[in-house]
Design a binder for this molecule. Structure first.
Ligand SMILES: [Zn+2]
Length: 508
């Protein structure tokens, strides 16, 4: 990336539609389902390839995930010779970074010139550090609740739902063997030939790459604004991030209270003085308590835990319905949502613009609504004019759909409605069956699918498309069409009984 070519040729007028256009870029999307890994190959002036790899991971819930990712990384090595010019890590979620850890033995032979990350991953950034503290506390609290709920019998339907939801959210944070997502992110950072990754701010000057003079890259997210990151359900002033937020604190404190075996444990949430009352754990063991006038143990057995005696009526015997032991952990659902949404919103969002044609490819990572809405005020002075995010969306001809096509990751007004190019085509890294297994509900979301199908005139490719799984299958749209000049896919994976490893598009 050092030498700018002396000159480059450009046609005086756009080539007629009938002539074969040269591909501006070839994008190989790996088809692991819930997880991202995209290889972009541009052509340098000297004809040699310039490789940009965006993410490499798979969700922990997918059976055989690490083996599948190892195959993907082996394919990447074969395709690129292990030479990556830019590795983009969009955000710290297992389904985007797991491969850097689980396939580190293959990645160790790669030569990665530069690693790109968002400002949120920069340890020298004060706001990023604050965010990290929230993430750490939230993960610890959720893990505690997750373990507790896993060991409980007879949960209410609601709490069983919370338990399943927690498993799914924690699946973005950890590998199957408990590996932390942080280790995977750091393994990606260490691949760089430079001393540290390059961190990006939204709205900074467009990035140019010497080897690709026809390309300009705009950074749209993640936002600096805490409210836009949607770490909280409510206004950020109410829940200061540095203290971990009220949900994380309450859960952590609640867990300690429930687990306390010693009589001298101090319940931080107790409304009474410390020397008043008997800890629940002590009363449940039958202790009479400190007040000789009341047998607190008997009271608890009668009104709270049961049973009293074999002779007692059924209702007297079993008072367990009065207990709300697990229900307080229901707030974990809110915290889990905050954490998940917050981390998705730290996605590095890149718009790649071909200068000669003005055509744009949009890679939003897993940006959710808060991240998308924050692009509204971004402006870049370019040449004599100004480029806005609305311009970039209007010129977007290829979209990597955010967050596996979930309902909350592509807004209508500030998203879909601004994608107006008649050449628009899209790819969704998703697998509907796997999403249902991990209790995500609709992923991809039907409303988004329908809107995309209309907008792209059917030029939507999904990692779980049935034509990819059929030997000799073809997409439902003809190519060249819109931004897609050609589509290729890897042969069906007979051993796994599933579609091939990748689908590839030449884009103009
Ligand atoms: Zn994801």
């Amino acid at each position: 990336m050092s030498r700018r070519p002396a000159a480059r040729t450009r046609p005086a007028s756009p080539a007629p539609a009938t002539t074969q256009q040269a591909a501006g870029v070839t994008v190989r999307h790996y088809c692991q389902g819930i997880g991202d890994c995209h290889l972009l190959t541009f052509k340098k002036a000297d004809g040699k390839p310039f490789r940009m790899l965006i993410d490499c991971g798979i969700h922990v819930s997918i059976t055989g995930g690490p083996a599948l990712v190892a195959d993907i990384v082996a394919d990447l090595k074969k395709e690129t010779g292990g030479n990556i010019d830019i590795l983009v890590v969009t955000h710290e979620h297992w389904d985007h970074v797991s491969g850097f850890l689980t396939a580190k033995d293959i990645f160790k032979d790669f030569v990665v010139a530069d690693v790109w990350m968002a400002w949120t991953e920069n340890p020298a950034d004060a706001e990023a550090t604050e965010l990290d503290k929230f993430k750490g506390q939230a993960i610890a609290a959720l893990q505690g609740v997750g373990q507790k709920l896993d060991g409980m019998q007879g949960l209410s339907a609601y709490m069983a739902g919370v338990r399943d939801g927690l498993q799914s959210v924690l699946g973005f944070q950890f590998g199957a063997a408990g590996e932390r997502v942080r280790s995977a992110r750091d393994a990606a950072a260490k691949l760089s030939q430079k001393p540290s990754p390059t961190y990006f701010e939204p709205g900074g000057p467009p990035v140019s790459i010497d080897a690709l003079p026809n390309l300009r890259i705009y950074v749209l997210g993640p936002p600096r604004d805490k409210a836009a990151l949607r770490l909280e359900e409510k206004a950020s002033e109410m829940f200061p991030l540095a203290s971990g937020g009220p949900f994380a604190r309450a859960l952590a404190s609640g867990l300690k209270t429930n687990e306390a075996a010693e009589a001298d444990y101090v319940d931080e949430l107790s409304p009474f003085e410390r020397n008043v009352g008997t800890p629940l754990s002590v009363a449940l063991k039958g202790d009479k308590g400190s007040d000789p006038a009341i047998d607190i143990g008997a009271f608890v057995r009668k009104h709270y835990s049961g049973p009293v005696s074999a002779a007692a009526s059924m209702e007297d015997r079993d008072q367990s319905w009065r207990r709300i032991d697990a229900d307080w952990m229901g707030i974990a659902a809110d915290l889990a949502l905050q954490l998940d949404r917050g981390v998705n919103n730290t996605s590095l969002v890149l718009a790649l613009e071909f200068i000669d044609s003005g055509r744009v490819l949009l890679f939003p990572g897993d940006a959710q609504i808060g991240n998308w809405l924050s692009w509204k005020d971004l402006k870049w002075p370019v040449g004599q004019g100004t480029v806005t995010s609305a311009d970039l969306l209007a010129r977007t001809v290829y979209l990597k759909v955010a967050h596996h096509g979930s309902q909350n990751a592509t807004p209508q007004k500030q998203g879909f409605d601004l994608l107006t190019s008649s050449d628009l085509s899209a790819f969704i890294p998703t697998n509907k069956t796997d999403a249902l297994k991990v209790h995500w509900g609709e992923m991809p979301y039907d409303g988004i699918l329908t809107a995309l199908e209309t907008k792209t005139k059917g030029r939507v490719i999904r990692a779980d498309d049935s034509w990819l799984a059929d030997a000799g299958g073809k997409p439902g749209f003809a190519s060249p069409s819109g931004s897609i000049l050609a589509v290729r896919s890897a042969p069906r994976d007979q051993a796994r009984g599933r579609g091939g490893l990748w689908v590839e598009v030449d884009l103009s």
